[in-house]
Unconditional design. Sequence first.
Length: 197
Amino acid sequence: MAFVEPVTLRAHGIALVPLSLDHEAGLRAAAADGELWTLRITSVPEPEQARAYIESALQMRADGTRFAFAVTDEASGQVLGSTSYHDILPAVKRVEIGYTWYARRVQRTHVNTTCKLLMMGHAFDTLGCHVVGWRTDNYNFASQKAIERLGAKKDGVIRGHALRRDGTIRDTVMYSMRAGEWPEAKAQLLYLRGRHD
């Protein structure tokens, strides 16, 4: 049995649905909204690479290292982006949340806060994780601020850690939250989400 079993997470008009090839057209459209693949500090697929992106995520799911979701509007079923659990370590009950991106039209809305509440709640309250982690490019300042708003603590920077899509080598900023920090973080996230209502 996999540590992360297939599940659909729902709240506040958003549904996180296990990513499948059925989401290809929606993922293409979401990536095209804002030409997100042109940002050198993200891993958003070019629209024509959506199928390969999904296939890679499905292979990682089979390997037990990543579980990807399509972020959808619950009422319409429209794909708004994608997010994943990754670097899944069952032995120490740790997952990371990443591979997260949204169509430009839903950025800076309740969508990201809702997704993080759903994923963190599932990780801590259902999977029994001791730690949830995040990582981001050292130049992705918007992502760093968003992670810090979740209540995550900065663990440090891994220098020369990964390749960017343009071939340059990035430093990776690492963050984490422990299970004991989750109740206070949850209260704050619910407060922040309420301000979007």
